[in-house]
Design a protein around this ligand. Sequence first.
Ligand code: ATP
Length: 262
Amino acid sequence: MSAVDIAPLLRIEGIEAAYQDAIVALHGVSLAVRPGEFHALLGANGAGKSSTLKAVSNLLPAERGRVVAGRIVFDGHDVARTSPAQLVRLGLVQVLEGRHCFRSLTLEENLLTGGLGRSARRSEAADDLARVYEIFPRLKEKRRTLAGLSSGGEQQMAAIGRALMSRPRLLVLDEPSMGLAPLVVHQIFEQLALLNRDQGLTILVAEQNSTVALRYVDRATVLDAGSAVLGGEARELRQRADIQALYFGERVAGLEVRREAA
Ligand code: ATP
Protein backbone atom coordinates (compact mmCIF):
# COMPACT_ATOMS: atom_id res chain seq x y z
CA MET A 1 0.00 0.00 0.00
CA SER A 2 1.46 3.37 -0.98
CA ALA A 3 1.46 6.40 1.37
CA VAL A 4 -1.25 7.96 -0.79
CA ASP A 5 -3.64 5.03 -0.09
CA ILE A 6 -3.42 5.40 3.69
CA ALA A 7 -6.55 7.01 5.18
CA PRO A 8 -5.77 10.52 6.43
CA LEU A 9 -5.81 11.12 10.18
CA LEU A 10 -7.27 14.57 9.53
CA ARG A 11 -9.42 15.48 6.55
CA ILE A 12 -10.57 19.03 5.90
CA GLU A 13 -13.16 19.02 3.13
CA GLY A 14 -14.06 22.30 1.49
CA ILE A 15 -14.64 24.30 4.64
CA GLU A 16 -16.05 27.78 4.59
CA ALA A 17 -15.89 29.71 7.84
CA ALA A 18 -17.24 33.04 8.98
CA TYR A 19 -17.09 35.20 12.09
CA GLN A 20 -20.30 36.78 13.41
CA ASP A 21 -22.03 35.38 10.32
CA ALA A 22 -20.57 38.35 8.43
CA ILE A 23 -16.79 38.16 8.01
CA VAL A 24 -15.93 35.26 5.73
CA ALA A 25 -12.45 33.99 6.61
CA LEU A 26 -12.25 30.70 4.67
CA HIS A 27 -13.61 29.91 1.21
CA GLY A 28 -13.57 26.16 0.69
CA VAL A 29 -10.28 25.00 2.22
CA SER A 30 -9.38 21.33 1.75
CA LEU A 31 -6.38 19.41 2.95
CA ALA A 32 -5.50 15.99 4.28
CA VAL A 33 -2.91 15.05 6.88
CA ARG A 34 -1.82 11.41 6.75
CA PRO A 35 -0.72 9.47 9.82
CA GLY A 36 2.96 10.09 10.49
CA GLU A 37 3.11 13.19 8.32
CA PHE A 38 4.61 16.59 9.17
CA HIS A 39 2.39 19.07 7.31
CA ALA A 40 2.63 22.87 7.16
CA LEU A 41 -0.14 25.33 6.52
CA LEU A 42 1.56 28.36 5.01
CA GLY A 43 0.37 31.84 4.13
CA ALA A 44 0.73 35.54 4.78
CA ASN A 45 -0.78 37.48 7.63
CA GLY A 46 -4.57 37.13 7.56
CA ALA A 47 -4.55 34.31 4.97
CA GLY A 48 -6.72 32.16 7.25
CA LYS A 49 -4.22 29.84 8.95
CA SER A 50 -5.44 30.43 12.51
CA SER A 51 -9.07 30.22 11.42
CA THR A 52 -8.38 26.84 9.80
CA LEU A 53 -6.63 25.53 12.92
CA LYS A 54 -9.39 26.81 15.20
CA ALA A 55 -11.91 25.04 12.97
CA VAL A 56 -9.84 21.83 13.33
CA SER A 57 -10.14 21.98 17.14
CA ASN A 58 -13.79 23.17 17.01
CA LEU A 59 -12.75 26.43 18.66
CA LEU A 60 -14.41 28.88 16.23
CA PRO A 61 -17.66 29.14 18.25
CA ALA A 62 -15.61 30.54 21.16
CA GLU A 63 -14.81 33.50 18.89
CA ARG A 64 -18.30 33.94 17.47
CA GLY A 65 -17.22 32.10 14.38
CA ARG A 66 -18.45 28.90 12.73
CA VAL A 67 -17.89 26.54 9.86
CA VAL A 68 -20.76 27.29 7.48
CA ALA A 69 -19.99 24.65 4.83
CA GLY A 70 -17.79 21.61 4.38
CA ARG A 71 -16.60 19.30 7.13
CA ILE A 72 -13.61 18.21 9.13
CA VAL A 73 -13.03 14.61 10.10
CA PHE A 74 -10.43 13.57 12.68
CA ASP A 75 -9.82 9.83 12.87
CA GLY A 76 -13.42 9.12 11.83
CA HIS A 77 -14.96 11.73 14.15
CA ASP A 78 -16.93 14.66 12.76
CA VAL A 79 -15.18 17.61 14.45
CA ALA A 80 -18.29 19.83 14.37
CA ARG A 81 -20.06 17.27 16.59
CA THR A 82 -17.15 16.80 18.98
CA SER A 83 -16.33 19.24 21.79
CA PRO A 84 -12.83 20.74 21.98
CA ALA A 85 -12.23 18.81 25.23
CA GLN A 86 -13.31 15.52 23.63
CA LEU A 87 -11.02 16.20 20.69
CA VAL A 88 -8.10 16.55 23.11
CA ARG A 89 -9.05 13.24 24.72
CA LEU A 90 -9.16 11.67 21.26
CA GLY A 91 -5.60 12.89 20.69
CA LEU A 92 -6.07 16.11 18.73
CA VAL A 93 -4.03 18.59 20.78
CA GLN A 94 -3.34 22.16 19.77
CA VAL A 95 -0.67 24.67 20.81
CA LEU A 96 -2.42 27.98 20.25
CA GLU A 97 -0.78 31.07 18.81
CA GLY A 98 1.00 33.14 21.44
CA ARG A 99 2.11 30.23 23.66
CA HIS A 100 -0.41 30.74 26.49
CA CYS A 101 1.63 29.63 29.48
CA PHE A 102 0.35 30.10 33.01
CA ARG A 103 2.70 32.92 33.93
CA SER A 104 2.51 32.49 37.71
CA LEU A 105 3.28 28.75 37.54
CA THR A 106 6.77 27.31 37.10
CA LEU A 107 7.69 25.77 33.76
CA GLU A 108 7.36 22.30 35.31
CA GLU A 109 3.93 23.09 36.74
CA ASN A 110 2.91 24.29 33.28
CA LEU A 111 4.01 20.97 31.83
CA LEU A 112 2.13 18.99 34.47
CA THR A 113 -1.14 20.77 33.61
CA GLY A 114 -0.92 19.06 30.21
CA GLY A 115 -1.43 15.61 31.76
CA LEU A 116 -4.44 16.59 33.89
CA GLY A 117 -7.10 16.03 31.23
CA ARG A 118 -5.91 12.46 30.78
CA SER A 119 -6.22 11.72 34.52
CA ALA A 120 -2.83 10.10 34.18
CA ARG A 121 -1.36 8.12 37.03
CA ARG A 122 1.49 9.79 38.87
CA SER A 123 4.08 7.40 37.43
CA GLU A 124 2.81 8.03 33.89
CA ALA A 125 3.03 11.78 34.41
CA ALA A 126 6.61 11.36 35.67
CA ASP A 127 7.52 9.32 32.57
CA ASP A 128 5.92 11.89 30.28
CA LEU A 129 7.77 14.69 32.05
CA ALA A 130 11.08 12.85 31.64
CA ARG A 131 10.31 12.43 27.94
CA VAL A 132 9.61 16.17 27.52
CA TYR A 133 12.86 16.99 29.34
CA GLU A 134 14.74 14.72 26.92
CA ILE A 135 13.26 16.66 24.01
CA PHE A 136 13.80 20.08 25.59
CA PRO A 137 16.72 19.82 28.08
CA ARG A 138 16.50 23.58 28.53
CA LEU A 139 13.12 23.11 30.26
CA LYS A 140 14.71 20.73 32.76
CA GLU A 141 17.39 23.28 33.61
CA LYS A 142 14.77 25.99 34.11
CA ARG A 143 11.99 23.82 35.53
CA ARG A 144 11.63 25.87 38.73
CA THR A 145 11.50 29.24 36.91
CA LEU A 146 8.15 30.98 36.69
CA ALA A 147 6.85 30.89 33.13
CA GLY A 148 6.25 34.65 33.32
CA LEU A 149 9.98 35.16 33.89
CA SER A 150 11.09 32.79 31.11
CA SER A 151 12.18 33.71 27.61
CA GLY A 152 9.82 33.48 24.64
CA GLY A 153 11.63 30.36 23.42
CA GLU A 154 11.30 28.63 26.80
CA GLN A 155 7.61 29.51 26.94
CA GLN A 156 7.09 28.09 23.45
CA MET A 157 8.93 24.90 24.45
CA ALA A 158 6.76 24.69 27.59
CA ALA A 159 3.60 25.13 25.52
CA ILE A 160 4.71 22.33 23.18
CA GLY A 161 5.83 20.18 26.12
CA ARG A 162 2.47 20.67 27.83
CA ALA A 163 0.73 19.49 24.66
CA LEU A 164 3.02 16.43 24.54
CA MET A 165 2.06 15.60 28.14
CA SER A 166 -1.44 14.81 26.89
CA ARG A 167 0.01 12.20 24.50
CA PRO A 168 -1.28 13.63 21.21
CA ARG A 169 -1.83 11.61 18.06
CA LEU A 170 -2.10 14.81 16.04
CA LEU A 171 -0.16 17.82 17.34
CA VAL A 172 -1.42 21.11 15.89
CA LEU A 173 0.69 24.25 16.31
CA ASP A 174 -0.21 27.81 15.39
CA GLU A 175 2.81 29.90 14.37
CA PRO A 176 5.41 28.49 16.78
CA SER A 177 8.10 30.83 15.37
CA MET A 178 6.25 34.00 16.29
CA GLY A 179 8.50 36.56 18.01
CA LEU A 180 11.40 34.13 18.47
CA ALA A 181 15.05 34.50 17.46
CA PRO A 182 15.98 32.52 14.30
CA LEU A 183 18.21 30.10 16.22
CA VAL A 184 15.40 29.24 18.64
CA VAL A 185 12.95 28.80 15.75
CA HIS A 186 15.32 26.25 14.18
CA GLN A 187 15.74 24.44 17.52
CA ILE A 188 11.98 24.14 17.86
CA PHE A 189 11.47 22.91 14.29
CA GLU A 190 14.35 20.45 14.70
CA GLN A 191 12.67 18.96 17.78
CA LEU A 192 9.32 18.78 15.99
CA ALA A 193 10.99 17.00 13.06
CA LEU A 194 12.62 14.52 15.49
CA LEU A 195 9.30 13.84 17.23
CA ASN A 196 7.79 13.22 13.82
CA ARG A 197 10.61 11.00 12.56
CA ASP A 198 11.50 9.04 15.70
CA GLN A 199 8.11 8.74 17.37
CA GLY A 200 5.88 8.91 14.30
CA LEU A 201 3.95 11.86 15.73
CA THR A 202 1.63 13.44 13.14
CA ILE A 203 2.04 17.23 13.10
CA LEU A 204 0.13 20.08 11.46
CA VAL A 205 1.84 23.45 11.86
CA ALA A 206 0.64 26.86 10.66
CA GLU A 207 3.58 29.10 9.76
CA GLN A 208 4.18 32.41 8.11
CA ASN A 209 7.89 31.65 7.96
CA SER A 210 7.77 29.47 4.84
CA THR A 211 11.53 29.22 4.44
CA VAL A 212 11.96 27.55 7.82
CA ALA A 213 8.83 25.41 7.65
CA LEU A 214 9.59 24.02 4.17
CA ARG A 215 13.01 22.93 5.37
CA TYR A 216 11.50 20.56 7.93
CA VAL A 217 8.03 19.42 6.83
CA ASP A 218 7.04 16.64 4.39
CA ARG A 219 4.16 18.42 2.70
CA ALA A 220 2.52 21.83 2.80
CA THR A 221 -0.67 23.63 1.86
CA VAL A 222 -0.54 27.31 0.97
CA LEU A 223 -3.44 29.56 1.91
CA ASP A 224 -4.07 32.90 0.28
CA ALA A 225 -7.01 35.14 1.20
CA GLY A 226 -8.91 32.25 2.76
CA SER A 227 -8.39 29.77 -0.09
CA ALA A 228 -5.98 26.85 -0.45
CA VAL A 229 -4.06 27.83 -3.58
CA LEU A 230 -1.24 25.29 -3.64
CA GLY A 231 -0.34 22.03 -2.03
CA GLY A 232 2.26 19.36 -2.36
CA GLU A 233 5.60 17.92 -1.31
CA ALA A 234 7.81 20.38 0.57
CA ARG A 235 10.81 19.60 -1.63
CA GLU A 236 8.83 20.68 -4.71
CA LEU A 237 7.36 23.76 -3.04
CA ARG A 238 10.85 24.86 -1.95
CA GLN A 239 11.77 25.38 -5.60
CA ARG A 240 8.80 27.63 -6.36
CA ALA A 241 9.70 31.32 -6.42
CA ASP A 242 6.02 32.32 -6.63
CA ILE A 243 5.48 30.84 -3.17
CA GLN A 244 7.97 33.24 -1.68
CA ALA A 245 6.10 36.09 -3.40
CA LEU A 246 2.87 34.93 -1.75
CA TYR A 247 4.43 35.26 1.65
CA PHE A 248 5.22 38.86 1.10
CA GLY A 249 1.56 39.42 0.38
CA GLU A 250 2.00 39.90 -3.36
CA ARG A 251 -0.55 38.32 -5.63
CA VAL A 252 1.11 36.34 -8.39
CA ALA A 253 -0.35 36.92 -11.81
CA GLY A 254 -1.36 33.66 -13.47
CA LEU A 255 -0.54 31.57 -10.41
CA GLU A 256 -1.31 27.97 -11.15
CA VAL A 257 -4.09 26.96 -8.81
CA ARG A 258 -3.96 23.36 -7.70
CA ARG A 259 -6.39 22.70 -4.90
CA GLU A 260 -5.33 19.67 -2.98
CA ALA A 261 -7.64 16.70 -3.09
CA ALA A 262 -8.99 15.83 0.33
P1 ATP B 1 -2.23 35.70 11.34
O1 ATP B 1 -0.91 35.11 11.06
O2 ATP B 1 -2.26 37.19 11.33
O3 ATP B 1 -2.92 35.11 12.55
P2 ATP B 1 -3.88 34.00 9.73
O4 ATP B 1 -3.39 33.46 8.43
O5 ATP B 1 -3.83 33.09 10.90
O6 ATP B 1 -3.13 35.33 10.05
P3 ATP B 1 -6.63 34.43 10.44
O7 ATP B 1 -6.26 34.93 11.80
O8 ATP B 1 -7.26 33.10 10.33
O9 ATP B 1 -5.37 34.49 9.48
O10 ATP B 1 -7.57 35.53 9.76
C1 ATP B 1 -8.30 35.32 8.55
C2 ATP B 1 -9.35 36.41 8.42
O11 ATP B 1 -10.34 36.27 9.44
C3 ATP B 1 -8.78 37.80 8.55
O12 ATP B 1 -9.45 38.63 7.62
C4 ATP B 1 -9.13 38.19 9.96
O13 ATP B 1 -9.30 39.58 10.08
C5 ATP B 1 -10.44 37.46 10.20
N1 ATP B 1 -10.60 37.11 11.63
C6 ATP B 1 -9.78 36.33 12.34
N2 ATP B 1 -10.23 36.19 13.62
C7 ATP B 1 -11.38 36.92 13.69
C8 ATP B 1 -12.33 37.17 14.74
N3 ATP B 1 -12.19 36.64 15.96
N4 ATP B 1 -13.39 37.98 14.44
C9 ATP B 1 -13.54 38.49 13.21
N5 ATP B 1 -12.69 38.29 12.19
C10 ATP B 1 -11.62 37.51 12.41
